[in-house]
Design a protein around this ligand. Structure first.
Ligand SMILES: N[C@@H](CCC(=O)N[C@@H](CS)C(=O)NCC(=O)O)C(=O)O
Length: 206
């Protein structure tokens, strides 16, 4: 199999974390690609022109990151990251959706800020910043659900907070007092989680 990815893409990181936890490294060649510079190559394999993309041995192609993660999870039965049945399964998938939504808002905000100042929409920027705070608040209330064995929920949340830490660290703290975390319990959870070898191995690099 081949994974098209980049070192700074949070969606790719989630997939790379799944690969690391499930020990699938030897089965997957990793191909670095810049989704902005190699648009044509990317569109030829994913009409959405986005990474990550997974090319399977039978030449089938999978995107986007949830689909790839869910597929990879079926490959190694003994280390399931998504419980097969019961309410626990839906809780894990809901956490993934929440964390992915946080990444979407943060990614959009980062992209908007990269546009020339005269073209930036302050309305959009403040809406995404507010959405990020709403999600952080929800995660803070429920962070205790992240106790226990590692699931896709943990990897998705680690990826999302890791992306804020990488690109928008100011949003993790109150604007009036930069030493005070907006979601202290969640941040403590992340501080412990990020020291795990698989988080270090997939740390975003510019
Ligand atoms: N929902 C998709 C989002 C993928 C995505 O937006 N990837 C970014 C890189 S982090 C990308 O390829 N952006 C290129 C573009 O938007 O043109 C997923 O979960 O895989």
């Amino acid at each position: 199999m081949k994974l098209y990815y980049s070192n700074t893409s949070p969606y790719s990181r989630k997939v790379r974390l799944v690969i690391a936890i499930k020990g699938l490294e030897k089965q997957i060649d990793r191909l670095l690609i810049n989704p902005f510079e190699d648009k044509e190559t990317l569109r030829a394999i994913n009409p959405l022109g986005k990474i990550p993309v997974l090319l399977l041995k039978n030449n089938e192609i999978l995107f986007d990151s949830p689909v790839i993660c869910h597929y990879l999870d079926t490959l190694c039965e003994d280390k399931r990251l998504i419980p097969e049945k019961g309410w626990q399964k839906w809780m894990v998938l809901r956490w993934e959706a929440l964390a992915d939504g946080l990444v979407d808002a943060a990614y959009n905000l980062v992209m908007e800020r990269r546009r020339p100042t005269s073209e930036q929409s302050m309305t959009a920027i403040s809406q995404w910043a507010e959405e990020i705070q709403q999600v952080l608040h929800e995660m803070e209330l429920k962070y205790h659900e992240l106790d226990g064995n590692i699931t896709l929920a943990h990897l998705a949340v680690g990826t999302a907070i890791g992306y804020l830490d990488f690109r928008l660290p100011d949003l993790l703290y109150t604007s009036s007092c930069p030493q005070i975390a907006t979601s202290p319990n969640l941040l403590s959870w992340y501080e412990a989680f990020k020291s795990q070898p698989f988080m270090q191995l997939t740390k975003p690099i510019n």
